[in-house]
Write a protein that binds this ligand. Structure first.
Ligand SMILES: [Zn+2]
Ligand SMILES: [Zn+2]
Length: 181
């Protein structure tokens, strides 16, 4: 199953945003918000105010819910976003981005754009029955989200740091149980 490029882009950016809350706050300043905004190529209204920064931070738990719930719950949450925001999907093309969907007006607040885009992306994932592509990092102490786009559904960790940390711990555990080997 291959997702549309804008779905993948929205999932990557939503996960990156949610992950700024883990393991500790990484979205402190307007410069941090600028970096996120630029890295993920957002267009449309950007107030760049402390209020907007706070609203983006406060939006993260709702995005996390959209990205980590059961299929039925994800459907309920996404439909609520569509109803609440009166999302109107429109195919658009701008800059280096080929045809993709915007479902909010360019002058809508950034938080509404983030919310609707995330809901649109998970709606795509729900329809493809691919929600297991979205998971929480398999390192027991890590709450960061992972987007697994690998062919064989094998990506379990948010980063190589988590992967090797768990690998080392498992090795030590085997050594402890079988010291002779
Ligand atoms: Zn666009
Ligand atoms: Zn991790």
């Amino acid at each position: 199953m291959t997702f549309a490029p804008d779905t993948v882009q929205s999932l990557h950016s939503a996960i990156a945003l949610v992950n700024t809350a883990e393991p500790r706050e990484a979205l402190f300043s307007l410069e941090d918000l600028d970096r996120f905004h630029a890295d993920y190529g957002y267009t449309g209204r950007y107030d760049r105010t402390t209020d907007e920064l706070n609203a983006v931070r406060e939006l993260r738990p709702r995005l996390r819910g959209l990205l980590t719930s059961t299929r039925d719950e994800t459907v309920r949450l996404a439909n609520r976003v569509f109803r609440e925001t009166k999302a109107v999907p429109q195919l658009v093309r701008h800059g280096s981005f080929d045809w993709h969907i915007h479902a909010v007006e360019p002058n809508a607040p950034l938080t509404r754009r983030l919310l609707v885009e995330t809901a649109m992306a998970v709606a795509d994932v729900v329809r493809g029955n691919e929600l297991d592509r979205l998971r929480i990092c398999a390192a027991g102490d890590c709450q960061r989200l992972v987007l697994d786009l690998s062919r064989n559904h094998s990506r379990r960790f948010c980063s190589t740091t988590c992967g090797s940390r768990v690998g080392v711990a498992a090795y030590r555990e085997r050594q402890r149980r079988n010291p002779a080997k």
